[in-house]
Ligand binder design. Structure first.
Ligand code: 13P
Length: 334
């Protein structure tokens, strides 16, 4: 696949007023989400839940792509239509999580490194055959008293860059996600420093591994106060610090930046994205790739009564998509 083709997929992912829904929870992570609403974590419930989301009427008006998990990309609707076909028919690009999770980094207590490079070339070839147009790899950076270490940042950047190069070889757009966690009592300045150092390291590694930035999407965490910080930065402060940080560390060649929600409330995630876009224009489109902030309200309804609340849950996910789509244009109103 040519760079032009990768570039056009990347641009479609961040088309004006559109963003991504992340529904790539691993079986262990979806169990936590299902437990919170009392739904048993069976394969059929996982399939039914993802069917509810992916068949939501007009989801494609504000959603350009959905990130799936290995099990999900192989699943179909109750009527037997593959999810990937449902998505392509709705104008929603299939994406796939390809990392195998963040594991403890040996020698660095409290820090994580994401695994999954072994055999990745073969797995990507299969995902491309199954219809994946883009992929995701999430690295986790933890802020603590003595963390993150330079070693943790570099090890994760190196893995992200090797993953990204393999994706492009397979004709799949890599979404590179270095998530700086909101956990902790750090303030906005610390979040800024760590995020900037992480992004600088990542783009250095992408350059070294010959990754074509024109065919790469950055999935970033916002520069935001730690969850337990007594001094919570306001919406405009988060937006200003995040944009300043991205401008300092992300090349203008990147076709788009999407954010994770990372534990923010639905409304906070929308308000922050909207505020950033109101400060534009920026060198890149800024949009969303939310998991929890797209799904929590829909999951809560569906979990109460899968049959009776099916349509209401679909309306809820479409509503979140619409609100975030407006925020991606800086046109959301509370
Ligand atoms: P959240 O928006 O729930 O953080 O999930 C996004 C995601 O895909 C993290 O990898």
């Amino acid at each position: 696949m040519s760079i032009e083709e990768l570039e056009s997929i990347a641009q479609a992912m961040v088309a004006p007023g559109k963003g991504i829904i992340a529904i790539d929870e691993s079986t262990a992570t979806i169990k936590k989400r299902f437990d919170s609403v009392g739904v048993p974590n069976t394969e059929e419930n996982r399939r039914a839940y993802r069917e509810m989301l992916l068949t939501a009427p007009k989801l494609g008006e504000h959603i350009s792509g959905a990130i799936l998990y290995d099990e999900t990309i192989r699943q179909a609707t109750k009527a037997g239509v593959p999810f990937t076909k449902i998505m392509m028919d709705a104008g929603i690009l299939p994406g796939i999580k390809v990392d195998l999770g963040a594991k403890p980094l040996a020698g660095f207590p409290g820090e994580l490194v994401t695994e999954g490079l072994d055999g990745l070339r073969e797995r990507l070839a299969e995902y491309a055959r199954l219809g994946a147009k883009f992929a995701k790899w999430r690295a986790v950076i933890t802020i603590g008293e003595d963390t993150p270490s330079g070693t943790c940042i570099e090890a994760n950047s190196h893995a992200l860059a090797r993953y990204a190069a393999l994706c492009q070889e397979a004709g799949i757009v890599p979404m590179v996600e270095p998530e700086v966690l909101m956990d902790g009592d750090h303030d906005l300045d610390v979040s800024y420093e760590v995020t900037e150092a992480t992004l600088r390291s990542l783009f250095g590694a992408l350059y070294e591994q010959n990754v074509m930035l024109e065919g790469t999407i950055l999935k970033a965490s916002m520069v935001i106060s730690g969850k337990d910080c007594p001094d919570q930065a306001a919406v405009d402060e988060v937006a200003e610090a995040t944009v300043r940080c991205l401008k300092a560390a992300v090349p203008a060649t990147i076709p788009g930046i999407v954010f994770l929600s990372g534990g923010q409330s639905d409304e906070q995630a929308t308000a922050h994205l909207n505020a950033m876009n109101q400060m534009g224009p920026h060198p890149w489109p800024l949009s969303f790739s939310y998991g929890r902030a797209m799904q929590t309200a829909a999951l809560t309804l569906w979990g109460k009564d899968m049959q009776a609340n099916f349509a209401a849950a679909q309306n809820m996910v479409v509503l979140r998509a619409k609100q975030n789509g407006l925020a991606a244009l800086g046109q959301w109103k509370k």
